[in-house]
Design a protein around this ligand. Structure first.
Ligand code: ZN
Length: 204
């Protein structure tokens, strides 16, 4: 895919995942950014820098913005979605704990695999996401279990930052996150929409 201008991410948007990490569910969306330089396509390796500590997969449903959005309503936000992508929000947990901001934990090169976009407007409350590691199912999430519905998230983000065509919004990961190791094959699928599979290597 073409590299997005920016990637907006939402943390703790599923109750069970917030709980497994020992966090409360936020009362306003917890939003952060991943840089465009972290994006890789399906098939490209996720490279874990040597000495990084625990690095987890986070399978997520991603939405690609098709039209410019600023201070949008939820209905306007829904209408501006161009298509759906599968995204892996690869996360270095030790750095996520030690740094007040998540630029290193979430923003390293290759830490944002994005699958090919299928164009169309989904039923935002009926999306399903599956993560598999070495062919074994590890996560299964339903968008209807999100704390904040997808159109509300996009509208909230557009209240602070203009969303441009090609920007990607990823909507949080369900429970079941776990570490990646050298030689793993990790796959995120948004059922019926997009799939991204990548090998994992630890940098020598
Ligand atoms: Zn995430």
């Amino acid at each position: 895919m073409e590299r997005p201008g920016k990637i907006l991410c939402v943390g703790r948007n599923y109750r069970e995942h917030a709980k497994e990490m020992g966090n409360e569910v936020p009362t306003t969306p917890l939003v952060f950014l991943k840089p465009a330089s972290s994006v890789i396509a399906a098939g490209a390796p996720i490279v874990i820098p040597a000495g990084t500590g625990r690095v987890d997969f986070e399978g997520e449903i991603g939405l690609v913005i098709g039209t410019r959005l600023r201070r949008a309503t939820a209905a306007e936000a829904a209408a501006a979605v161009q298509g759906v992508v599968a995204v892996n929000d690869v996360s270095a947990r030790d750095l996520q704990k030690s740094d007040p901001q998540w630029w290193r934990a979430k923003g390293q090169d290759t830490f944002c695999p994005i699958g090919p976009m299928r164009a169309g407007t989904p039923d935002f409350g009926a999306l399903e996401m599956v993560t598999r590691v070495n062919g074994q199912e590890r996560q299964r999430g339903l968008s209807r279990d999100m704390v904040f519905p997808i159109p509300d998230l996009i509208a909230f983000i557009s209240s602070a930052m203009t969303l441009e065509p090609g920007d990607v919004v990823i909507t949080g990961t369900p429970e079941g996150v776990g570490p990646l190791a050298h030689g793993d094959q990790v796959e995120v699928e948004v059922v019926g929409w997009s799939r991204v599979a990548n090998p994992v290597v630890v940098e020598a």
